[in-house]
Design a protein around this ligand. Structure first.
Ligand code: LMR
Length: 326
């Protein structure tokens, strides 16, 4: 009973499976920061459908997109407190719990999206997710988004162009150091406030996936897009460990099955939607898209290389070497 009280504040308390009916379902709150039509948004909705289906409506997942319920700053605390039950922050945002999550930010580390999947589904990814258990967080899955590109109101075709510009970052020291290596400044701004920050010129630019740029309409407030593919945005789907452990067994089983199916769906969709957004943004002519030759790309690799000696200890050689080998 102690467990349920601690985990259940503000939400429905897990109890005997029979207590939940179609009329009086278990309410599961899923909060996220992207739009409903992003891969994360669509997969969250699919998860809700699947779980309702598998439990005959005895579990109702309420999905809150676009930072409506909680934004970057407060969704993790809300999850720990049990005020929300599922969130899917990008790995970078877990830096406060374990700095090794910044592995996604190490420049030009992951070769392709297969390597990303192998990393998170393998031993190293599991180890990272399990490291959150002491914080009352349970990692459920990795949901993909994609490789990041840079955008700005000012030219960004070569490393020197970045000098003196200011970029929005999600969180953490690695991203700050990445911009510093390019001679640029950085400011951490919640995702939900980034459009306005770009519009008002608080920052000149940002880095994100094609799909996030498209669904957030950054092309309205940015002029240049550099196809750098230098880092990743991938999500760690998380639940409150105490709450999850206290779920009735049949409901937890349906929850796990729904998550596995939603994960397979999300990963396929992320690749498709990112491609679609790339085609759309290239075709729209709203931003100047800069593609890099091999030699030009190498200039960026070199400019950011120093991050590896700087952050090897913080992130862990084991994770960096493991990711590189994939
Ligand atoms: C960002 O803050 O740029 C991303 O993490 C947003 C997201 O969830 O895709």
């Amino acid at each position: 009973a102690l467990l349920l009280t601690a985990a259940g504040c503000g939400g429905s308390k897990p109890q005997d499976s029979n207590a939940y009916t179609k009329e009086n379902p278990l309410i599961v709150k899923f909060s996220h920061v992207t739009t409903a039509d992003s891969p994360k948004g669509k997969a969250a909705n699919r998860f809700a459908e699947l779980l309702a289906e598998k439990t005959g409506g005895r579990v109702k997942v309420e999905v809150y997109p676009s930072s409506q319920l909680y934004g970057d700053k407060d969704e993790l605390e809300a999850l720990q407190a049990g005020n929300v039950h599922v969130i899917a922050p990008s790995a970078t945002k877990l830096v406060g719990f374990n700095p090794s999550f910044q592995i996604v930010d190490m420049p030009f580390l992951f070769k392709n999206h297969e390597a990303v999947i192998k990393f998170w589904d393998g031993e190293l990814g599991k180890k990272l997710m399990n490291s959150l258990e002491s914080k009352n967080l349970q990692g459920l899955a990795m949901w993909e988004n994609g490789f990041k590109v840079f955008t700005s109101t000012k030219p960004i075709a070569k490393p020197e162009d970045f000098k003196g510009q200011k970029f929005r970052t999600q969180a953490g020291k690695v991203l700050e150091a990445q911009f510093k290596a390019l001679g640029a400044g950085a400011a951490t701004i919640p995702f939900g406030e980034t459009y306005t920050a770009l519009q008002q010129g608080t920052v000149d630019g940002q880095e994100n996936t094609w799909n996030n740029i498209d669904t957030q309409k950054y092309e309205e407030v940015q002029k240049y897009l550099l196809v750098s593919n230098h880092g990743r945005i991938d999500y760690i789907v998380l639940t409150n460990k105490q709450w999850y452990s206290a779920l009735p067994e049949d409901i937890r089983k349906a929850f796990d099955e729904s998550m596995a199916e939603a994960t397979a769906y999300e990963r396929e969709l992320a690749v498709q939607l990112d491609k679609g957004s790339e085609e759309k943004l290239r075709g729209s002519g709203k931003m100047q898209v800069i593609d890099l030759s091999e030699a030009e790309r190498e200039n960026f690799v070199k400019a950011m290389e120093a991050l590896y000696s700087e952050f090897e200890k913080t992130i862990g050689k084991e994770f960096i070497d493991g990711a590189r080998q994939l």
